[in-house]
Write a protein that binds this ligand. Structure first.
Ligand SMILES: Cc1cc2nc3c(=O)[nH]c(=O)nc-3n(C[C@H](O)[C@H](O)[C@H](O)COP(=O)(O)OP(=O)(O)OC[C@H]3O[C@@H](n4cnc5c(N)ncnc54)[C@H](O)[C@@H]3O)c2cc1C
Length: 331
């Protein structure tokens, strides 16, 4: 028997055992929905255990139980992780699983749904329980519609977009009970073997999918991303790109934002030399504040921009970076 007041949160973590930033949002959200049994966290043990910093975070955020998911198989395989979570949901009776909206987690959510019959909403930006039913908010059709989706199944699985929730700490804080949940992955889940894994070199910038600020370069950069990067670094933001820029090889495909790239919802999006084509909008229209820098006053991006600057990005971006530095220096 599942219960929506028992909420399980997938605790995405870094290779050094710290919580990934959007997980804090999930726990904040879960705390508002959870009943007396509190918020449960699932830590997939991939050779990395929760660090002291992660345990302090989980205490401050009010996670009651941390379940270490332990298996002989590779938990980075989505099929394996889905089986582990299905077995943990069963053991805890949790009626709601929350995960961050990464590509991997959306696949895990889909596999979980197939295995358990759960209803799934991906890329949610709000969550509520109404008359015992989980209701998720989500923007669709390239950010043009805001919807509310009620999950009518007993078990609900929701992936939540980063920057959807303001993180708060729990009023009462106690160290979580850390336990082990061992499971055996099926032969089908382990039919794939990872032969090599290469960690992406650290750019020193925040992750594109969860950054608060994203500065995006399009065709207007003509391949020179230095001014886009400079502004991103002054703002502590991530660098993104349109498909034109990634197809041209000016920047890696993992920086592409849009329908066939990453979906982002930062607090601040700055598009430079970006026309605002519908395929690009689909991945950024839910951003908090949209700033556009474009030399063409008729560029479609100005239709959705909160602030627009008609000008050459090669002049505007360095000016903006210099002004921000000056203001910082003044304190
Ligand atoms: C099936 C499909 C999927 C797609 N998926 C994606 C996707 O996921 N993401 C994506 O981004 N696109 C995607 N596209 C491509 C998309 O349709 C557009 O072609 C693309 O987004 C345009 O990129 P852009 O804005 O960089 O280039 P353009 O549309 O060429 O716009 C360049 C802009 O830069 C401005 N400009 C030029 N010089 C300067 C300057 N010096 N200073 C300031 N402004 C300047 C111009 O005025 C212009 O508005 C997809 C297309 C298809 C068919």
């Amino acid at each position: 028997m599942t219960d929506t007041t028992t909420v399980l949160v997938l605790l995405d973590h870094t290779p050094d055992g710290a919580l990934r930033a959007p997980v804090r949002e999930l726990v904040t959200l879960a705390r508002g929905l959870a009943g007396p049994s509190g918020v449960h966290g699932a830590w997939a043990v991939d050779g990395v255990e929760p660090s002291a910093e992660a345990l302090a975070d989980l205490t401050a955020l009010g996670v009651a139980h941390v379940h270490r998911l332990v298996t002989d198989a590779d938990v980075h395989l989505t099929a394996v992780l889905a089986e582990g979570l299905a077995s943990l949901l069963d053991a805890t009776g949790a009626g709601l699983l929350l995960a961050t909206s990464s590509f991997e987690n959306k696949e895990v959510a889909a596999r979980l749904a197939v295995a358990t019959g759960a209803g799934v909403v991906t890329d949610a930006d709000a969550l509520d329980v109404v008359d015992g039913q989980v209701v998720a908010g989500k923007t669709v059709f390239a950010g043009t519609w805001t919807t509310r989706c009620a999950i009518t199944t007993e078990l609900a699985v929701v992936t939540v977009k980063a920057n959807s929730v303001a993180v708060t700490e729990a009023e009462t804080q106690a160290a979580p009970v850390v336990g082990e949940h061992a499971f055996a992955a099926s032969p089908a889940a382990t039919a794939v073997r990872v032969v090599e894994r290469t960690q992406r070199p650290d750019s020193g910038r925040p992750d594109l999918g969860s950054a608060h600020v994203v500065v995006v370069g399009g065709r207007g950069t003509e391949g020179d991303f230095s001014q886009v990067e400079e502004l991103a670094d002054v703002l502590g933001g991530a660098v993104g790109a349109t498909r034109v820029a990634t197809d041209e090889g000016w920047i890696g495909h993992d920086a592409q934002i849009g329908q066939t790239g990453v979906t982002i919802s930062p607090r601040l999006y700055i598009g430079a030399g970006v026309s605002g084509a519908v395929h690009h909008r689909g991945g950024m229209q839910a951003s908090g504040t949209i700033v556009a820098v474009n030399s063409d006053a008729d560029a479609p991006i100005f239709e959705i921009a909160d602030f627009g600057i008609v000008g050459d990005l090669r002049t505007v971006l360095p000016q903006a970076a210099a002004e921000l530095r000056r203001l910082r220096a003044e304190g």
